[in-house]
Design a protein around this ligand. Sequence first.
Ligand code: F6P
Length: 539
Amino acid sequence: MPTLIETPAWQALEAHHAKIKDAHLRELFAEDKNRAAKFTAEGAGLLLDYSKNRITEETLAFLIDLAKERKIAERRDAMFAGEKINVSENRAVLHVALRAPRGEVIETDGHDVVPDVHAVLDRMAAFADKVRSGEWKGHTGKRIKNVINIGIGGSYLGPEMAYLALRPYSDRDMTFRFVSNVDGACFDEATRDLDPEETLFVISSKTFTTLETMTTPRPRAPGPWTRSGPKDAVAKHFVAVSTNTEGVEKFGIDTANMFAFWDWVGGRYSMDSAIGLSTMIAIGPDNFRDLLAGFHEMDEHFRTAPPEKNLPMLMGLLTVWYNNFFGAQTLAVLPYSEHMKRFPAYLQQLQMESNGKHVDLAAAHVNYQTGPIIWGEPGTDGQHSFYQLIHQGTKLIPCDLIGFLTPLRPLGRHHDLLMANLFAQAEALAFGKTAAEPPSSPPAQTPYRVTEGNRPTNMILAERLDPKTLGRLVALYEHSVFTQGAVWDIDSFDQWGVELGKVLANRIIPELEAKDPPKLTHDSSTNALIERYRKHKLS
Ligand code: F6P
């Protein structure tokens, strides 16, 4: 079997890259008045203008050849069909089933999972309604006003990102907080101004073994937040979201108050499972169902649109183009929306935990680059911080710019100014400013002021930020990640690399907590750090 870089499609792309790598977007736009229309695709309610990328029609054809050669469509169909494409864990990858409409059939191991999904959604909806209406009360009879999701990684980033993105749709009389970090400050800051009797904890963990989540707080432990009180207090203030029923029981939460999901949902693909319980309580079951409908629209688009019109496939292939042929190390995601503040952080786990892999599906070390580093902040803030390096630095940083046509909170001219900045950045990054263009400057200063341009961007536009649009956007990136992973022939659904850090931390914890000096068998640096900490702690 030829490796990826030996395949005809890859080699064709390499030869093509050598030919066009210096072509400037200024020339490409000047040569073809129809370029914007040619390189704009619409699907599932989103518009993708990818014309400001360093590509020609030939590039696109070569990238689509690559997609065909890597059998992206077949791999996608295998995912939707419930095949065990997560080879290192021997699991199906069925987050698409989480948003399948009632009545659709998606099977894995001969079992249709869609009825299970809807049974949990119905229980979540009944519970969310009770909390939102005040019918569900704390153990002293007070109404629940605060919901705290305790979870980390995929059991945190999605719920927090979705809550912030959809805050205008949320019950503003309720407070939602997210505790993730094992740093006690995280729990303390999230809880210090809240009344325990009005607070519901949603303990979210796929495995119910994760150190951070298992540490804070345990029901019925002594302390202001978990006062050993009547058993009823636990039942009224703690619910669990997990795949691990036994773990939930052992933790002390009645499984009657548990919302399940399944091992075929990866943590970073779980915000639309029961992990979204806090989201559902915040925005209500109807809005949550709209969120799922948005995901499903994009799933259907990904499943059925031809490659040249398929938004996630195009974005995935463009990421490969820059990552592997231009040597770009990173991809910036820049949403022009305050509500989308945590979207880049959400995408960091989605993309980097999925595609940060160095062996292929056959367990051979890859001899090409895999997943890029994902980062970003909302515009316009980033413009006054790191955009300078994107405009005039020495590194090529492709950017995804995301905008919404309708403001959620119209306020004077604000939205026009926001959108003007969004469009202006894409223009400036692509075309720059030559020495000949105004405003002119003293000749000695000209080199400092020239902006080369030719910085590629994708422009993603949606009508407005609402639950449906958020679902579409998340699914767009999920399937772009899938496309990249399929090209690189890696398992985008495991995360073994994270394990080593967990194992070593568990070894060090008793060494920090032991009364007597432990026998330290680490390297000299780690031994010295542990000793320094112990000395300080015991002094
Ligand atoms: O950091 C690794 C990881 O396993 C993620 O994949 C996952 O989202 C996170 O930990 C939390 O895991 P859990 O939901 O099992 O607590």
